[in-house]
Design a protein around this ligand. Sequence first.
Ligand code: FUB
Length: 360
Amino acid sequence: MGIFFTLLAICACTPSQVETSLTSPLTKMVIQNASGTREVDIMKKPLITHIYTADPSAHVFEGRLYIYPSHDLDHDNPPTPDGDQYDMVDYHVFSLENMHSPPVDHGQVLHLADVPWAKKQMWAPDAAFKNGTYYFYFPARDHAGIFRIGAATSISPAGPFTPQPEFIPGSFSIDPCVFIDEDGKVYMVFGGLWGGQLEKWQKGYFDPAGVEPGDTEPALGPRVAKLSSDMLSFASPIEEISITAEDGQPLLAGDHARRFFEAAWLHKYNGAYYLSYSTGDTHFIAYATGQKPTGPFVFRGYVLNPVVGWTTHHSIVEFQGKWYLFYHDSSLSGGVSNKRNVKVAELVYNADGSIQTIEP
Ligand code: FUB
């Protein structure tokens, strides 16, 4: 399916920036819950339409909303267990002045060819700001075919980003999410099953024969480590995050509707830590809450019901007084799972801190 090449209006920006003109405005939708009705903003159409984008990590930097997504290519690689259809080679950064303004494409900010340790598959990234520097984190397969996580730096949230020559020592698997707590401590949560190889690291080293635990065994959790003060290496041992049911028992590997698969995102709301993630083959964005960024977390429910396309991946951010869920689906390509597009919807919390499930 060909991409809709939209008309691009060149804005009064630097030459590498384009302001996308076919942006769908957020529309109001009335939702009803126990405390009455409320209008929320939801974007029914893709936010970015001139290229395919996925896995949006949203952050507020310098008063603007920045989106750090994967950049899906318009190719038709057949699906494989290694996820060869997700064969991405670069990243673009986008930003919004407010939730009703068109996104600005800041252009290509990092390319595979500039990362000496990386061979292919630049998957879901994230970004962070500390000590005057912007950090961009991204997974890719190294030259041995093993997923690692790299870091790159910039003086601007819009990049371009200069990669470190080596991946983060000790890093593995995919989908880094970097969370800076109110006390200044920085955590990276990461990991993903199947194509993301997490099940191959259960012995503490890469075992190509590694498989998911049996159905009645505890499910694998995402991994977490503190980052060093220069944000470029791990400053603590890597731990596995425990996600339990309400009775305190660990979620089981056979519990595909609730167990962690990939796409971990950590945020804080009203003093509680929220770990949200994709359940993979059941296609939900689920969430669990805890008292520490390293867990344990207790499963609470779903943030987002299944979208068009196999993968689901998101971020949660507060911007200009409201909370938003950035996510993706494959509606722009008519349902092709590796040609995805970013969307956004307002996120609503109930009084007890639970999240109202969004119907995409
Ligand atoms: O975009 C490639 C992979 O697909 C991501 O790393 C996963 O989270 C899934 O969205």
